[in-house]
Design a protein around this ligand. Structure first.
Ligand SMILES: [Ca+2]
Length: 460
């Protein structure tokens, strides 16, 4: 690993060499952690693929709404303890469903987190190991099995609105586009709404650039979702709608009616008022989609999975996102970088007002959503996530394969975890190659750590 693999850090755009492959030492570290994961898995002979219809599968296939915010911190919602930010729709949504207090994104930055969400696979296995700059050669491969492809194959109508960020050559030849990953209808931007959330000019609908639009990103995305839900979809089919809000990722622009709710308390900090209002702007947009589900009469049997792609960004322009007290922020593999809100509502199956501290990760979405729809992923598809559906009825998922995070430009440490157990390893300074820590040490954790310790010296 050479030092120039670690570009200057300090703002949200610090990874200019997105396409550069990991160095030998990085792959060595990855291999060690990978062996650590595979070993305990092989010892118990567990598989991630559901082999039979789970008890929580719906006899009537549920509609599915997957919602992801951008750079929303664990502590940025009222229902996760923020003292000021108003998120009435999400607060109500959480009261009506299952609020997860140990939910993790698959990665501490946008693209790999979304790759994990779409594929059920650790982002490195899915081939997306960094955020995807415009025109980068890295992209989600066309032959990856996405949750969208599986649901569409099973008869679902599918749509995506908002941020895509799973390719570099967005809406250009040579890389798969949202339709290649299973979406019948899409209204999206490659990464951020530009020039910011206000009057964006870079949205594309089904391959057609739309030019300058009037309004703010969140409401525009909600408009498209509402239009598709009410008049665009085939109502004979169940639906899968993927809503990826740009908020509250910068460059932020907030409708004055939302920013004004915070200006009186922060007259000398317009950036803070804009950020708080931006989260409320997203909440209001989601509220319109939720109200549409009610109006369409489909809310009861619609499974909604809400989350964020990574922890809050701490930039020179917008530093108001919070982790709820967890260490560090976006880009780190410490809690603040990957621990994010996770709320699931499914009135037909989930008791309102429940909370769980069981570890759940974005890579669990594909197995869980497929199981809820009664779909078995291909038997030869190597998944890393699992069906966490038993949580819906108060049970335990019984995770066998440890959760695993690795990020080449991590500000923290590569990490593997199973329950309360954690292993952290770093490929950074030559003087502190690798360190391992754990909260408890049952036999499985020993098996997890031995390969790391054998291959790499443990830092003092
Ligand atoms: Ca993000």
């Amino acid at each position: 690993m050479t030092k120039n693999l670690f570009p200057p850090r300090g703002d949200d755009f610090f990874w200019p060499r997105a396409t550069r492959p990991p160095g030998a030492r990085t792959w060595f570290a990855l291999l060690g952690l990978w062996v650590a994961l595979i070993l305990p898995r092989s010892l118990v002979g567990a598989g991630a693929n559901p082999s039979s219809r789970p008890p929580h599968a719906s006899s009537t296939r549920p509609n599915i709404l997957l919602v992801i915010a951008d750079d929303l911190g664990y502590g940025d919602l009222g229902c996760y303890g923020h003292p000021e930010i108003k998120t009435p729709h999400l607060d109500r949504f959480a009261r009506e469903g299952l609020r997860l207090t140990s939910y993790y994104s698959a990665a501490p930055v946008c693209s790999p987190a979304r790759a994990g969400l779409m594929t059920g696979r650790t982002p490195y296995r899915a081939g997306v190991y960094n955020q995807l700059s415009f025109m980068t050669s890295m992209h989600l491969q066309k032959d990856e099995v996405t949750v969208t492809k599986l649901l569409r194959q099973a008869g679902y109508a599918t749509a995506q609105v908002g941020k895509w960020h799973l390719n570099g050559r967005y809406n250009l030849p040579g890389q798969p586009q949202p339709n290649d990953q299973g979406f019948d209808h899409w209204f999206a931007v490659q990464n951020n709404a530009l020039p910011n959330h206000r009057n964006p000019y870079n949205f594309v609908r089904n391959g057609i650039p739309l030019g300058p639009l009037e309004g703010y990103s969140g409401p525009l995305v909600a408009n498209e979702a509402v239009d598709w839900l009410t008049t665009g979809r085939d109502k004979k089919k169940p639906f899968f709608l993927y809503v990826a809000f740009n908020e509250p990722h910068e460059p932020i622009a907030t409708d004055p009616k939302f920013a004004a709710q915070y200006q009186a308390k922060h007259p000398d900090d317009p950036s803070r008022a804009a950020y708080y209002g931006n989260v409320t702007q997203m909440d209001d947009s989601l509220g319109r989609i939720l109200q549409t589900l009610e109006a369409e009469g489909v809310a009861e049997n619609t499974l909604i999975w809400f989350t964020s792609d990574n922890g809050p960004a701490r930039t020179r322009w917008h530093a108001a996102g919070v982790t709820g007290g967890f260490r560090e922020y976006k880009g780190h593999l410490y809690e603040g970088g990957i621990r994010v809100p996770g709320i699931i509502r499914w009135p037909a199956r989930i008791k309102p007002g429940t909370t769980s501290g069981a570890p759940v990760c974005g890579i669990d979405a594909l197995p869980t959503l497929c199981a809820a729809a009664g779909i078995s992923p291909p038997a030869d598809l190597r998944l890393d996530g699992m069906d966490i559906g038993p949580l819906f009825s108060g049970g335990e998922p019984g995770r066998i394969q440890p959760l695993f995070w690795f990020f080449i430009y991590s500000r923290g440490l590569p990490r593997a975890a199973r329950g309360k157990m954690n292993a952290l390893a770093s490929h950074g300074s030559p003087d502190t190659h690798y360190a391992a820590t754990l909260a408890t040490s049952p036999l499985l954790t020993v098996a997890l750590l031995v390969p790391i310790c054998l291959k790499f010296p443990v830092a003092p």
